[in-house]
Design a protein around this ligand. Structure first.
Ligand code: ADP
Length: 423
């Protein structure tokens, strides 16, 4: 082969290899681009699934935490798989997932109920009362302050998911759902109502029994022949019939105020100072008998209000009378101060006594109907129906006001009223 022919052949071979390399490179690049595109699509799908799962988990968490009731889901061994915020709060914020029922709910009674429910594997609802105890760990201070509480334990085995089931038999171990509902306030209301029925029937029956006993004496014995004895009997009968009337009056006032019909109230101007003076006059025999001292202060000197003076008198009378009757045996000072804020036309009345006070555990309930700190009937019992402060609260609220109570037993107990001057 001559030189030019060799050169042409070499050139052809080089060109051929170049074309082949280019085709190969183009093919490889296309393949690579395809793989990259597939990877990007896959990555996007994966990220979308991840974001969706995260969103679903967030929604589920929100949903679980939206329940006020504590909810836990356990496996058959009683190990917690899921717990909502309310359940964590119940156990002083501890992490519950992976913990056993017994290490979570330190209260023996609760543990017993939950373990039995899981063992029985049958839906059940049970109400239990815990006396002076809590669910989780507690320090000694809490142990002393925790009150009785009522709970409904709502248990159900969870329906086994059939997604992973073969021949109807699930591969997943069964789960158990427990809801712990705090029903303390309903329980307390029921208790208060039961106590009222006992109290009211006792209060109504005692004067009635006395009156009918004396009536029998008047009819059967020759008492009528003795005017002095008759007068004594009739005076006692009158005293007890007055007590009956007082109890029935309080019940009627409360039912009228509870009917929520503000139109039933008068809306006339009156002077608060005069109302308080009338109350002090009405109570002066008791004030003198107890050697109690009483001070008043008014800013401005004369406070004019618009409202129903009957209910204002009733409300303030009840608060001042309570201070006296709750502290019959001790030296007592009562201070009444009334101030009107000129800027917002708000009246503030503080009635403070230095008597035995109200323990903090009772304070939240004293305005409830029929609630009394001293519940049982005894010889030394302070007379009352438990309706007084409920009347006060309803009367003040009917005038657009608010009442609160604070107490440091033995030092200072204050009932504080705030109310617009014109209701
Ligand atoms: P009651 O008819 O028993 O007086 P109230 O509704 O007026 O009913 O008061 C509820 C409870 O609040 C009372 O039983 C009493 O134990 C308590 N209480 C109210 N005021 C005082 C006070 N100033 N000092 C101590 N305890 C008080």
């Amino acid at each position: 082969m001559n030189m030019p022919a060799i050169t042409v052949t070499l050139l052809l071979i080089t060109a051929g290899s170049l074309i082949c390399s280019m085709i190969l490179w183009r093919l490889l690049t296309a393949q690579n681009n395809k793989a990259q595109a597939a990877y990007a699509t896959h990555r996007k799908e994966h990220q979308e699934i991840l974001a969706k799962t995260k969103a679903e988990r967030r929604e589920l968490k929100l949903l679980l935490n939206a329940f006020d009731d504590a909810l836990v889901i356990t496996n058959a061994a009683g190990i917690i798989q899921v717990a909502n915020e309310a359940a964590r709060k119940l156990c002083e914020g501890r992490r519950l997932r992976g913990k056993s029922i017994s290490s979570t709910f330190l209260n023996h009674e609760i543990c017993q109920h939950l373990t039995n429910a899981i063992g029985n594997n049958q839906a059940s609802k049970q109400k239990i009362i815990l006396t002076n105890s809590s669910f989780g760990e507690q320090n000694s201070k809490q142990r002393n302050t925790i009150e009785d509480s009522a709970w409904v334990i709502d248990y159900a085995p969870l329906p086994v998911s059939d997604i992973n089931a073969t021949n109807g038999i699930s591969k997943e171990p069964p789960l158990h759902r427990i809801i712990l509902r705090n029903v303390t306030s309903e329980h307390r209301t029921d208790q208060v109502k039961r106590e009222f029925v006992a109290n009211a029937s006792h209060e109504l029956r005692t004067p009635l029994a006395i009156i009918s006993g004396y009536l029998e004496n008047l009819i059967d014995d020759d008492v009528l022949d003795s005017p002095a004895t008759s007068r004594k009997i009739l005076t006692t009968m009158r005293k007890h019939s007055e007590r009956l009337a007082h109890l029935i009056d309080e019940m009627l006032i409360i039912s009228k105020l509870e009917s929520g019909d503000a139109a039933q109230l008068n809306n006339d101007p009156f002077v608060l100072n005069d109302t308080i003076t009338t109350i002090i006059d009405r109570l002066s025999p008791v004030i003198q008998k107890q050697h109690a001292t009483l001070t008043t202060s008014y800013i401005p000197d004369n406070i004019s209000l618009t409202g129903d003076s009957f209910y204002w008198e009733q409300a303030l009378f009840n608060i001042i009378e309570n201070a006296l009757k709750q502290n019959a045996g001790s030296p007592l000072h009562i201070d009444i101060s009334a101030t009107v804020c000129e800027e917002n036309k708000q009246l503030t009345i503080d009635i403070t006594d230095n008597g035995k006070g109200i323990p903090s555990t009772h304070l939240p309930y004293i305005f409830n109907r029929f609630y009394r700190v001293q519940k049982h009937h005894s010889q030394n019992e302070v007379k009352g129906t438990g309706l007084g402060l409920s009347i006060v609260k309803h009367a003040i609220e009917a005038h657009g006001g608010k009442i609160t109570a604070t107490s440091t037993p033995g030092i200072k107990t204050t009932f504080s009223i705030t109310c617009p001057v014109e209701s």
